[in-house]
Write a protein that binds this ligand. Structure first.
Ligand code: HEC
Length: 452
């Protein structure tokens, strides 16, 4: 009694949540995948072997029946295919445990979820939870199962796969740079499509210059050159050259951004120079410290000349020649990767590609190399993902990259808690007097960069 009263109260509190106004398919999909919010929030589920009731949120269907309803085998049990076609087959099917049953209807489907019996009255395995769903929730899931086997993420069709390429800032506003980059991207797409596409799908690329361009919502994956300060959207799949990390749960960077460079500078100061404390440089004339960490180029003219300064790449690049001359004697800069770290085969592959497309490596060559790298990572991830593509599948493939050599840069590795492919920075001393970098650099590796 008490339990159902509290569920009812909870349900009442949840009224007016966005899910209520959505279509039955969308609500059913939210239940299936355990998206927030969904009817799982207000439902209890029982594990029949132990009789314990838990919030149904713990058991989204996709956990066991898989992203496309085909079932994920676990501990010797294969949850059956849940596509509407499979459930409503007009003949008896043999289940994994030799169960025989007739086709499901909405009514018998509801009984399977609530009571754990199939249309023939057989008990379902105890591994299938019993859900205290409302009639509406059951109808919603039933609706959704008609399309569970279809791709759920945008940009995927039977014959094509849409990708977006985003250029912002400088690279977007200068036509030479922008068209130089586009030539590389389009050239790679052309090569792939001539070979038959990826798993039977032709690549269809859209070039955009704003993170809020509506075309982004129609793409499976977004590649971003430059540094958008704002994520396109939280669940978008984003591959970018450099930070900022934490732009969403599916954002990956090839190289270290500002946060990682700052972390590398701190580690370097502590390890190599035994400076225990780096103070963030700010404009308010802070009292004398041991050394300063500079991530933005503001008020640098006031930087004390006799204390070491540690600059991220973007802070350094933003300085004028006059400002560089006034930097402290002891200045260190973090650089995300160095040309000497690029494996030769990667360099050759890039040069061969540029020649084959007759693209002259002009002013844009650094950006072109980055665009080539982003495309290589995307293509490799798509190849590994197979034909049954989804953002989740792609994410799993990317996170299995271990020293991938296809980029024009150092090898890239990603993992569950590793969102930056080449995680670390080279720390180089800069001489304000001679305006040159010291020839020896120290590589600082970061352990769990961009992990959240
Ligand atoms: C913890 C794992 C798990 C979760 C979560 C789960 N199921 Fe199941 N489900 C199973 C297993 C295992 C079976 C097979 C039972 C058997 O064959 O006796 C099954 C069987 C079924 C069946 C019977 C299919 C048939 O052919 O007779 C239906 C319908 C079903 N599940 C629907 C759902 C729905 C809808 C959800 C989410 C609301 C869900 N399941 C969540 C594990 C799970």
């Amino acid at each position: 009694m008490i339990r159902s009263a509290s569920v009812a109260l909870f349900a009442a509190l949840c009224l007016g949540m966005p899910a209520v106004g959505q279509s039955p398919e969308a609500r059913g999909k939210a239940i299936y995948f355990g998206e927030d919010p969904s009817a799982l929030d207000t439902t209890l589920a029982t594990i029949s072997s132990t009789g314990t009731s838990l919030p149904a949120r713990v058991f989204p269907c996709a956990n066991c029946h898989g992203e496309f309803g085909a079932g994920k085998p676990e501990r010797g049990i294969l949850p059956p295919n849940l596509s509407r076609t499979a459930l409503t087959k007009p003949y008896d099917v043999f289940g994994e445990r030799g169960r025989q049953r007739g086709p499901y209807t909405l009514e018998t489907f509801g009984r399977a979820l609530r009571e754990g019996t199939d249309p023939a009255g057989n008990d379902l395995d105890v591994a299938m939870p019993r859900y205290a769903f409302s009639d509406q929730a059951i109808a919603d899931v039933w609706h959704f199962l008609a399309t569970v086997q279809d791709p759920q993420d945008p940009g995927i069709s039977d014959k094509t796969l849409r990708l977006a390429f985003l250029q912002t800032g400088d690279t977007a506003s200068r036509p030479v740079l922008r068209s130089g980059v586009m030539a590389v991207v389009d050239g790679l797409v052309e090569d792939i499509n001539l070979q038959g596409g990826i798993h039977g799908r032709q690549l269809d690329i859209v070039h955009v210059t704003r993170p809020d361009d509506p075309a982004i919502d129609t793409a499976f994956l977004v590649m971003s050159l430059g540094r958008p300060e704002r994520p396109p959207a939280d669940d978008i799949l984003l591959l970018q050259t450099q930070g900022p990390t934490g732009l969403g749960r599916r954002a990956y960077s090839l190289y270290s951004g500002r946060e990682e460079q700052a972390a590398a500078l701190r580690a370097y100061a502590a390890r190599e120079l035994t400076l225990v404390k780096l103070s963030d440089w700010s404009c308010d004339g802070a009292p004398v410290q041991m050394a300063y960490l500079v991530v933005t180029p503001d008020c640098l003219d006031d930087l004390p000349p006799d204390l070491p300064a540690f600059l991220t790449q973007s802070a350094f690049e933003a300085l004028s020649a006059a400002q560089r001359r006034r930097l402290p004697d002891e200045t260190y800069v973090a650089l995300p990767s160095g040309a000497d770290q690029i494996p030769q085969p990667s360099q050759y592959a890039f040069v061969r590609f540029m020649r084959s497309k007759q693209i002259a490596p002009g002013q844009a060559v650094m950006l072109q190399a980055q665009a080539y790298s982003l495309m290589s990572v995307a293509i490799e991830g798509l190849m590994q993902s197979g034909r049954t593509l989804s953002r989740t599948v792609f994410t799993e493939q990317i996170e299995a990259f271990d020293r991938f050599m296809g980029a024009v840069g150092p090898p890239l590795s990603f993992g569950r808690n590793r969102r930056v492919g080449n995680a670390g920075a080279r720390i180089v001393a800069f001489s304000a007097q001679s305006q040159t970098f010291s020839p020896d650099a120290t590589w600082i590796e970061l352990d769990r960069p961009g992990g959240r």
